[in-house]
Design a protein. Structure first.
Length: 198
C-alpha cells in the first residue's frame, strides 16, 4: 500500500471506550472501510481450520495481545481483499483497536503502511467497566466479564498506552473525550477530524 494512495487512521482507546461505536459513524459519513483487529481475531478464532484458533481464544480471554504476526497478517489480508474487490476503493481505512503494543505499531507501519494519525478515545476505567459489564449480559464475548475486564485494563495501561504516547510525541494523536453520549463524542470526533484533514 503506497502511503500516497491510502489513508489509514488508527483508532485507539481502552476496552469499551467506544471505538467500534464511533467507527460505525465514520463509515457512514466518510466512506471509510472499518477493520477491527479484535473482530478479525474473533473471526479467525471461529474459523474451522485455523491453526491459531486455540491460541487466540486463550489470549482474548486473558486480555493479552496476540502475537503481532497473526494480527498484522489478518489486517493486511483484509485490506488487500477490500481493495481487490472494489476497484474504485479510495483506500480509506479505519484500523480499530490496533496497534496496541509497540512491536505491532512498528511492524505495521514498516511493512504495510504508515497511518496518518490516531483517533484516541479517552475514557476512565470506571465508565468503561460499566459499559462492558452491561454489554456482557448479551454480547456473548468471552472477555466481557469482571475477571477478563480487569486483565484487559491492565494490558491497556501497561502495553497499549505506551503506543498512544509514542504517537503523541510525533504529534499524530487526536484525543477525544469519550465519556459523553455517543452523539456528543461523535460531534467532537467530526470537528477534530475535519480540522486535521483540512
Ligand atoms: N457505548 C459506546 N459508546 C458509549 C457512550 N458514549 N456512552 C455510553 N455507552 C457507550 O462500546 C462498548 C459498549 O459501550 C457498547 O455496549 C456500546 O454500546 C457502549 P464499543 O463501541 O464496542 O467500544 P470499543 O472501544 O470498541 O470496545 P471493545 O470491547 O471492542 O474494546 P477492546 O479494545 O477491548 O476490544 P477489541 O475487540 O479491540 O480487542 C479484544 C481483544 O482482542 C483484546 O483484549 C486482545 O486480547 C485481542 N487483540 C489483540 O490481541 N491484538 C490486537 O491488535 C487487537 C485485539
Ligand atoms: Mg471494539
Amino acid at each position: 500500500f503506497s502511503p500516497n494512495k491510502v489513508t489509514v487512521l488508527f483508532v485507539l482507546g481502552g476496552p469499551g471506550a467506544g471505538k467500534g461505536t464511533q467507527c460505525a459513524n465514520l463509515v457512514r459519513d466518510y466512506n471509510f472501510t472499518h477493520l477491527s483487529a479484535g473482530d478479525l481475531l474473533r473471526a479467525e478464532q471461529d474459523r474451522k481450520d485455523s491453526e491459531f484458533g486455540d491460541l487466540i481464544k486463550s489470549y482474548i480471554k486473558d486480555g493479552k495481545i496476540v502475537p503481532m504476526e497473526v494480527t498484522v497478517q489478518l489486517l493486511e489480508n483484509a485490506m488487500k481483499e477490500v481493495v481487490e474487490k472494489d476497484k474504485d476503493h479510495k483506500g480509506k481505512f479505519l484500523i480499530d483497536g490496533f496497534p496496541r503494543k509497540m512491536d505491532q505499531a512498528l511492524k505495521f507501519e514498516e511493512t504495510v503502511c504508515p497511518s496518518k494519525f490516531v483517533l484516541f478515545y479517552d475514557c476512565p476505567e470506571e465508565e468503561m467497566q460499566k459499559r462492558l459489564l452491561k454489554r456482557g449480559k448479551t454480547s456473548g464475548r468471552s472477555d466481557d466479564n469482571a475477571e477478563s475486564i480487569k486483565k484487559r485494563f491492565k494490558t491497556f495501561v501497561e502495553t497499549s498506552m505506551p503506543v498512544v504516547d509514542f504517537f503523541q510525541k510525533q504529534n499524530r494523536v487526536i484525543k477525544i473525550v469519550a465519556t459523553k453520549t455517543p452523539d456528543e463524542v461523535y460531534k467532537e470526533t467530526k470537528e477534530k477530524l475535519e480540522q486535521r484533514l483540512g
